[in-house]
Each structure stands twice: as C-alpha cells, then as structure tokens.
Design a protein around this ligand. Structure first.
Ligand SMILES: *[C@@H]1O[C@H](CO)[C@@H](O)[C@H](O)[C@H]1NC(C)=O
Ligand SMILES: *[C@@H]1O[C@H](CO)[C@@H](O)[C@H](O)[C@H]1NC(C)=O
Length: 266
C-alpha cells in the first residue's frame, strides 16, 4: 500500500531536482546523504500546528529561499507528520487536534500536487505564517493570496490520497535514526541539529563541501561559533515534544544539569 505514494513522491521530487539542478548528480533519495553532488541535504520533520515548527519555517527556513546562492546548495525535504500517531483502526491522532491532521495532510498534498519547491514552499510558508500569527483557520486564503488553484489539493484530500501520503511520512518519521524526540526536527547532512535548529544556515555552510560557497556562509560560520560558545548561558530553542511526560522529564534533567554546570563554574 505504502509503495505507491512513496514512489509518486520520489518520482516528483526527483523530477524537480533534475529540472532545477543541472550540475548535481542524480539523487538516490534523501537517505543517501552523499549521493546528491555537492548539495547539502536538509530535511525538516514537523507538524503543522506546533508553534515552534511554524516559527522555524517562517523565521529560519525561509532564509534559504531568500538567498539564491544558498538555495542552490541545499536539497530540501519536507515531511509533515511530526508527533502524530496512527490508531489501531487506522485513523490519525495529532498532537494539536483534528485541525493539525487536516493541515498536515493539506501540506502533504501541496508537496505532491506542486512538486517544485518554488511552488509548494510559498504555500506551506503562507499556511505556517497564519499558524504563527494564531489564525490558522484562515489557511484557505493562501490559495487566493498566491493565486493557486485549490482543486488539486481538494482532490488529493477528499480522495484519501493525502492520507496515503501521510502514511508514508509517518513511516519515514518513525524510521529516523536517531529517532526524533520533538519537532521541529531539523536534519542537516544526516545529522539532527537538536535544539540548535536556529543556526541551520551555519550547519548548512559547515556541511557544504562544494566550491560555490555562498557569500552568506562566511559570516554565518563565525556567528555559529559565537553562539555555540554561549550555549550554556542561553535557553535552548523551544520545541514540541513527542509526548508531555518526556517533556517534563527532559525539562527536569536539563534544569538539573544546568544547575550542576553553574555550581561547577562558581
Ligand atoms: C477509530 O477509533 C477512534 C478512537 O478509538 C474513534 O473515535 C473513531 O471513530 C474510529 N474511527 C473509525 C473510522 O473506526
Ligand atoms: C508536566 O508538568 C506540569 C507542571 O510543570 C504539569 O501540570 C503536567 O501535568 C505535567 N505533565 C505530565 C504528563 O506529567
């Protein structure tokens, strides 16, 4: 069952890459981080209504799109499932309720219907910007704002195809190694950034092995070193944990560790 959507996604993603990136080799898949030429694989595992996922997309990920040089060295992969779960009867439970299941599926449909990032990302950005502003219920106005035809998304959703796409995203999220602990779960060149996701561009720059180094990279790398130096003093970037028990436990552990570190420094 899952092989059809997986193939469809793979084919559309591949054709986008072939279309847009003449210089890079044929990508195997996002799993094989070394086979797509010099491009740095960047994957975002997220869920539509987690405010921190929205913040990451609207304030950090968007920078990759704002800089042509940067955009040209990145292989971006979006996976809208996050901390959702599949019930024994096959229906989905999402961390932020039914609306999140709907919007995850809508975004999966957008990636499928408009395989080019230049077309699906503005739509996902628009929806997540509404989430960020606390008015996700107005997400449908994104079609009008971007002059996009809603029909392919409606068809994908109502035919049940969106659900199949989501099953594929669920499977790959659950197969992540190391497993994801929260969202946004940002993976650069196969390595999760954990709570350092705000420095995503520095990590892209560090992972880049090619010769077309974007101008943005020279300033970014030094900024990342400065921020890493400050790490103990600064609160970690916020996230939506896989479940709240883990959240409480990890908060307790983290505060105990930071107290211990402070005691050692003093
Ligand atoms: C699936 O299970 C949930 C909770 O157990 C229930 O609310 C829902 O109606 C069920 N859906 C179907 C289609 O069986
Ligand atoms: C987590 O901690 C908060 C208070 O800090 C508490 O209200 C909540 O019930 C806890 N959740 C779990 C699942 O233990």
């Amino acid at each position: 069952m899952a092989s059809l959507p997986r193939l469809a996604i793979f084919v559309s993603f591949t054709s986008f890459l072939l279309f847009s990136a003449s210089s890079s080799q044929l990508p195997g898949a996002k799993e094989s981080s070394t086979s797509s030429g010099d491009k740095v694989p960047l994957a975002l595992y997220y869920e539509s209504l987690c405010p921190y996922s929205a913040n990451f997309i609207v304030n950090y990920l968007v920078r990759v799109f704002e800089d042509d040089e940067l955009f040209s060295i990145v292989d971006l992969y979006l996976s809208p499932w996050g901390n959702a779960k599949i019930r024994s009867n096959g229906t989905f439970v999402c961390q932020h309720g039914e609306a999140e299941c709907l919007l995850n599926t809508v975004e999966a449909c957008a990636i499928h219907a408009w395989p080019k990032l230049e077309k699906n990302f503005p739509f996902i950005y628009c929806v997540e910007e509404k989430v960020h502003e606390g008015k996700y219920r107005e997400w449908e106005s994104c079609f009008g704002e971007l002059a996009l035809d809603p029909k392919p998304i409606q068809d994908c959703y109502s035919s049940g195809y969106g659900e199949k796409l989501e099953l594929k995203y669920a499977a790959e999220t659950n197969e992540l190694e190391p497993p994801h602990q929260y969202v946004p779960w940002v993976v650069v060149d196969g390595k999760p950034l954990y709570e350092e996701y705000e420095n995503v561009i520095s990590y892209i720059c560090e992972a880049y092995k090619g010769t077309a180094t974007p101008k943005a990279c020279s300033s970014q790398v030094s900024r990342s070193i400065i921020q890493k130096g400050r790490k103990t003093g600064r609160p970690s970037a916020p996230v939506c944990y896989k479940d709240s028990v883990v959240s409480n436990l990890s908060k307790m552990i983290r505060s105990a560790i930071s107290k211990l570190i402070q005691a050692m420094v003093i």
